[in-house]
Structures are given as structure tokens and as C-alpha cells.
Design a protein around this ligand. Structure first.
Ligand code: CTP
Length: 369
């Protein structure tokens, strides 16, 4: 059997990018041989194996044929006679369809190196269209590499538009779509993801509220502030604010959007809390003590202090001026936590009187901030 490094690892090595995941292709082997050599099968009916020591994926060379809708409807054919070139030909982009042998030789049958040099995201073959997820993947790779000058090759964009003009995208699972979007949001130029989807006529279908982001100055101003340490959920929350804050029943719609997308709870909560808190933080100094306390209670910030740092980060991204309202909110929460009901009980407060005294002290503290 021959083993080759393939896909993203080869691409990123040539781009001098850090390589995190290594995928391998095995040519000329059977599942039985793999198992005999200690590799663990990933599933009972899929020709992918895990290396016993490195945990990296080793896939038997295979060809694929579409047999249904969406991402799951594939029939594959893996056998020792499938060649490396055949395996590479089923892949999405030429820059992802290169392999490296154990002696370091680069195998590049579809012009991946040339497309790296000319900075083109180009499909390998018409089989690109068999997998609608690739519309999202190409947009995500554009978001990752646009700062290097990469663009989507015109014929590839045409194929993406053709996919979007059918019902194929609607057969992708929500989980897959969110997974791609979440990864795209963490890339260097997340807005490019949405721009490319728009060019492919797919944005309206996939993320209708996010059509607002295309050519949006505020979104660009926000994205320009993203750093390597800006968490994905913070990026998402700030961009959601741009798309939703002017809508009627914005909170209900945002909640529904996040649930439809199957975002994590924390991601949904932060987006909603940003929608609620940002307008109030913008006019913090003119908010009444009662309103400040109501906001803190609504977001449950005293019991859930872990909610504060991401909320500070998302609202800071949205602020036009250099405001310290988020910091004031955090300091206020800290002070409020200093009210000690036990000490008040020792002073003789109980029942309704205890509740009233706590509320009185809370308001008094809020007046100081
Ligand atoms: N691939 C594909 N079509 C897909 C998914 C994957 O052709 N829908 C192929 C590509 O050759 C890709 C390889 O499988 O390079 C590995 O896929 P994956 O690990 O998802 O992507 P990477 O290219 O490694 O990119 P990333 O850096 O985002 O992990």
C-alpha cells in the first residue's frame, strides 16, 4: 500500500500556513489489511480508519457517485484498484486536490499549484456540483484566504449559482450549515463568506437576515476590529445586532433564527443579550438606577457572571465611541454582589422586609454608577 498526505495539509503547507489536521489517503489496501496493521475503522461501512498512535485519519482511496439529495446521498467505491488521481478527482477545489508522497513528491494532477500561485478557488471537475455543501465551503475558504488575494474562479462561481438555483441547498442539514458558518465566522475575513454566498445567489436561501451584511458599512467597521482572540460567538452576536436591531419583534426573530441555525445555547444567549443590552449601554449615563438594575436582572448577570466578558466584547465592537459602559456594568455587578442577605438577616431583616431592604440597597448602588 502507498500512503499520501492529502487535502488541506498539503495546501496549507504550500501556503506556509500552520497545519493542524493531517488527512491521509491509502492506495492499494483493503479494510482487512488496515485493521491488521492496527488502524481502527471509523464506522462499519465507511472506508476511513484512525491511526492507532497519531489519531489521524487514513481513508482508502475511493470514488464517489451522488445517489440522493444533500450531503448524505453518496455511494462510494473503495477498492485497492482506485488510483490516487481518481481519489483526487472527486475533491472540491484544485488547491485541495493535491497529495504528497512519503518521499516528499507532490502529486498535482488538477493544477492546484498553479491555482495557488494565481490565487484561484477553482473546482476540480463538474462533480463539484454533487455536493451542495461545497457552496458553503468555497465561501469559507474565500473568507480564509481573501487577504492573500484569493478569489472564486468565474466558472466555479457559475457552478455555485447553478447549485443555488436548485433545491439542493435545502437538503443540507442545519448542523452542517451552522458548522460551516461558525467556522467561517472564525476566519480572518468573515464578511467575505457572506459576500461570496450572495454572489452565488445562496445567501437569501441560507441565512435570509444576513443579506443585510452585504455592502454594510457598520458590519465592515465591526469586522475590521476582529482580532485573533475575538471569539466566534462575539463576532456572531455583533453581526446579528446589525441585521436584527431595526426589525420589529427583533428579539423573537433573532431567537428563532438562532434556533433554526442550531447554534449553541451560549451563542444564542449572547446574541440576544447583545440585542437587549447594546442600546441601553449606549445611553448608560442617562439610564435610571431602576433601568440599570432591571437590565442586570433580565440578563441574570449576578448569578451568571460568565456572561459579562463576552457581552462587554460584543457591545464594544458595536460602539461608535470609546465608551466604558461595559466596564461600568461589570463594576456595578461586582458591587451588587457585595450585598450580603445573611448579614441583613443577622441585623433582623426577614421576609418581605428583607426583600425590600435588598432592593433599596441595590438601587442605591445603581445610582452611583
Ligand atoms: N473535501 C471535498 N468536499 C467536501 C469536503 C472535503 O472535496 N465537501 C475534500 C477536500 O479535498 C478537502 C479534504 O476533503 O481538502 C479534507 O476535508 P476537510 O478536512 O473538511 O477540509 P480541509 O481542506 O482540510 O480544510 P480545513 O483546513 O478547513 O480543515
Amino acid at each position: 500500500m502507498q500512503i499520501y498526505l492529502v487535502g488541506g495539509a498539503v495546501r496549507d503547507e504550500l501556503l506556509n500556513y500552520p497545519v493542524y489536521d493531517k488527512d491521509w489517503v491509502v492506495v492499494g489496501a483493503t479494510p482487512e489489511e488496515m485493521i491488521k496493521n492496527g488502524y481502527r475503522p471509523v464506522g462499519s461501512d465507511f472506508p476511513v480508519f484512525i491511526h492507532p498512535k497519531t489519531g489521524e485519519e487514513y481513508a482508502l482511496a475511493r470514488t464517489e457517485r451522488k445517489s440522493g439529495k444533500g450531503y448524505s446521498g453518496f455511494q462510494y467505491h473503495a477498492s485497492p484498484d482506485v488510483t490516487l488521481e481518481e481519489d483526487l478527482s472527486r475533491r472540491d477545489l484544485t488547491i485541495n486536490a493535491m497529495a504528497k508522497s512519503s518521499s516528499g513528491e507532490l502529486i498535482d494532477p488538477y493544477g492546484g499549484q498553479n491555482d495557488l500561485a494565481t490565487k484561484q478557488l477553482r473546482h476540480v471537475s463538474p462533480a463539484f456540483s454533487e455536493d451542495p455543501l461545497r457552496v458553503l465551503r468555497v465561501a469559507r475558504f474565500a473568507a480564509r484566504y481573501v487577504h492573500l488575494g484569493f478569489t472564486v474562479a468565474a466558472p466555479t462561481l457559475k457552478l455555485m449559482q447553478a447549485i443555488a438555483s436548485t433545491d439542493e441547498l435545502s437538503h443540507l442539514t442545519k448542523e452542517r450549515i451552522w458548522q460551516e458558518m461558525e467556522r467561517a465566522l472564525s476566519e480572518r475575513s468573515p464578511l467575505t463568506f457572506f459576500n461570496v454566498l450572495e454572489q452565488a445567489n445562496a445567501l437569501e436561501q441560507l441565512f435570509p437576515p444576513f443579506t443585510t451584511l452585504v455592502n454594510n458599512d457598520k458590519a465592515q467597521q465591526i469586522a475590521a476590529q476582529f482580532t485573533d482572540t475575538t471569539e466566534t460567538k462575539v463576532r456572531f452576536a455583533a453581526l446579528c445586532y446589525v441585521c436584527f436591531h431595526t426589525l420589529s419583534e427583533a428579539q423573537t426573530k433573532l431567537e428563532q433564527f438562532c434556533r433554526d441555525l442550531r447554534t449553541q445555547n451560549q451563542t444564542r444567549e449572547l446574541a440576544i443579550h447583545t440585542l437587549i443590552a447594546h442600546p441601553q449601554l449606549q445611553c448608560w449615563s442617562s439610564l435610571s438606577a431602576e433601568n440599570k438594575l432591571a437590565l442586570i436582572k433580565q440578563l441574570d448577570l449576578l448569578r451568571r457572571p460568565e456572561r459579562l466578558p463576552p457581552l462587554q466584547a460584543s457591545t464594544r465592537l458595536l460602539s461608535d465611541e470609546n465608551t466604558n459602559a461595559g466596564e461600568l456594568l461589570a463594576n456595578l455587578c461586582e458591587e451588587l454582589k457585595g450585598i450580603n442577605p445573611k448579614a441583613l438577616m443577622n441585623d433582623g431583616y426577614k421576609g418581605a422586609a428583607l426583600g425590600e431592604e435588598i432592593a433599596k440597597r441595590q438601587i442605591a448602588i445603581c445610582e452611583l454608577f
